[in-house]
Design a protein around this ligand. Structure first.
Ligand SMILES: [Cu+2]
Length: 502
């Protein structure tokens, strides 16, 4: 996720800023770049409404995770950052002051927004330099549960994340209250930094040919460092669950021993918006003593479906409804394959005693939501159409070499898969690795074979998954694994609207 001058030139973004770049005359761009008139036209078609102003400061901060005090990077000194809330159709105007001492950007995860606000340095904008400010402005066209985070290096695995909730002015669901639950895996300022982790993982494994998963967990005498996790196995994820050892797992920035408590009356109907902001951890989530009614996947409505638990990969979101019983109920997020939990509490009785912090609700071992078992709400179902084009994306690489890539090629901003405006495009994810990958497409919400709409999807090891979308948002868009260490080691590529489109 780093700047590349060639892409800046190729897409004409050099004209937006950067003195060294504006001196050059860019060649005729092959793709619709972020500064293209077609990007502005697509934004106008969203009929931008009222402007809502936000200010954020990204800075190194001291943050209390519930008795564990860490120095980390955060928005406005909080983890998570203040939730942003707007109504669909409104314009988000967010001014970011960068006091990090490093370049940064903000990516607005899941939104079909104007390409020049997508926050990918070197692709949709120049990086925001230290001690400067930058203003994002975009229409939030679709209601739903979204979030934002940097798209620079491994900054996502510090404390730089927050929810972005786009409310529906004609909300069809009935509920008494809502609760945003954001999950995270945490090591920054405790066992090291995300940069340390990436450096260690990038060295690969010291015993060539050793397969991930054959060893018992724990640092060993083979030269492995303290961050690499071996033997994290999950049947739900098809094997190897993750690469990184985290000392803490958080719900809303709190460790399980000092959880956030959500208070309500018995019988209250609660909407929970679940977001996984983790770097390398899928969470299996359940509310003790309750079944959950799934209503949305990645912000888009599904036909209501009751389940015991949800598996949430990095970058994924689910909305659920639940009618609360009388008592105190841990909401538990099991770090899948990692034998540790994050949690919060739902309390509808002031007196009831909370179960111990390592309590594991039996719902976790019940029916877990499956993509194939969900049906889209009719209003979000894509019309039947044969794809005009298939973009084949082989997911490649191994833990031993730590060479995660797409089509065998580490991220190269010169490699852009072309699409044309108006096409129905199929992305065919072919997972050639022995690990699962949560694959994320920027700027669009695709349809799975079951028809449900998502922007981030778990692709299990050894499997193929086809997802379809309509090419209706011109620009240059990333497709990448939302495991931040896989993405940074190279499992990212670009999709571009051909400049000859329309
Ligand atoms: Cu991955």
């Amino acid at each position: 996720m780093n700047i590349d001058r060639r892409t800046l030139l190729k897409t004409g973004i050099g004209l937006l800023g950067g003195a060294a770049l504006t001196a050059c005359t860019p060649p005729a761009p092959a793709f619709v770049g972020p500064a293209d008139a077609r990007v502005r036209a697509a934004e106008q078609a969203r009929r931008p409404g009222r402007i809502r102003d936000f200010r954020l400061t990204a800075a190194e901060s001291q943050v209390d995770l519930g008795g564990t005090v860490v120095r980390t990077w955060a928005y406005d000194g909080r983890v998570p950052g203040h939730p942003m809330r707007v109504t669909a159709g409104e314009v988000v105007r967010a001014r970011l002051a960068n006091q990090l001492g490093a370049d940064t950007t903000i990516h607005w995860h899941g939104l079909a927004l104007r390409n020049d606000a997508d926050g990918v340095p070197g692709v949709t904008q120049a990086p925001i330099k230290a001690a400067t400010e930058y203003t994002y402005e975009f229409t939030a066209a679709h209601p739903g549960t979204y979030w934002f985070h940097p798209h620079s290096g491994t900054q996502l695995d510090r404390g730089l994340y927050a929810p972005l909730i786009v409310e529906d002015p004609n909300e069809p669901l009935g509920y008494d209250d809502e609760w945003v639950v954001i999950l995270d895996d945490w090591l920054d300022g405790v066992t090291g930094s995300p940069e340390d982790v990436l450096a260690e993982l990038s060295r690969g494994m010291s015993m060539p040919g050793m397969d991930h998963g054959d060893m018992t967990p724990g640092p060993s005498s083979t030269g492995m460092g303290k961050h690499m996790l071996m033997g994290a196995m999950s049947p739900l994820l098809g094997g190897d669950a993750g690469d990184v050892r985290y000392p803490h797992f958080l719900v809303n920035g709190r460790v399980p021993a000092e959880p956030e408590t959500f208070r309500a009356k018995p019988g209250a109907r609660l909407r929970i918006r679940l977001i996984n902001a983790g770097g390398d951890t899928a969470f299996r989530v359940a509310l003790t003593g309750h079944r959950l009614t799934v209503t949305h996947t990645d912000g888009f409505a599904v036909q209501p479906k009751d389940v015991d638990a949800l598996l949430v990969g990095m970058g994924e979101r689910y909305d659920v409804l639940v009618t609360l019983k009388d008592g105190v109920f841990p909401l538990v997020a099991l770090a899948e394959g990692k034998a540790a939990v994050a949690r919060a509490l739902v309390r509808t009785s002031p007196k009831a005693a909370a179960p111990k912090f390592d309590h594991r609700p039996r719902e976790l071992d019940g029916e877990v939501v499956r993509y194939a078992k969900l049906q889209p709400h009719e209003q979000v179902r894509l019309p039947q159409r044969r794809p005009d084009r298939t973009v084949r994306l082989e997911l490649t690489g191994t833990m031993a070499a730590y060479d995660w890539a797409i089509n065998g090629k580490k991220y190269d901003p010169e490699t852009v898969a072309p699409v044309r405006s108006g096409e129905r495009v199929r992305l065919s994810f072919v997972n050639r690795t022995t690990m699962w990958h949560p694959m994320h497409l920027h700027g669009h919400t695709f349809a799975l074979p079951s028809g449900i709409r998502k922007d981030t999807v778990i692709v299990l090891p050894g499997s193929t998954l086809d997802v379809d979308f309509d090419a209706d948002n011109p620009g240059l868009w990333m497709i990448h694994c939302h495991n931040i260490y896989h993405a940074e080691s190279g499992m990212m590529t670009l999709l571009g609207y051909a400049a000859g489109s329309q």
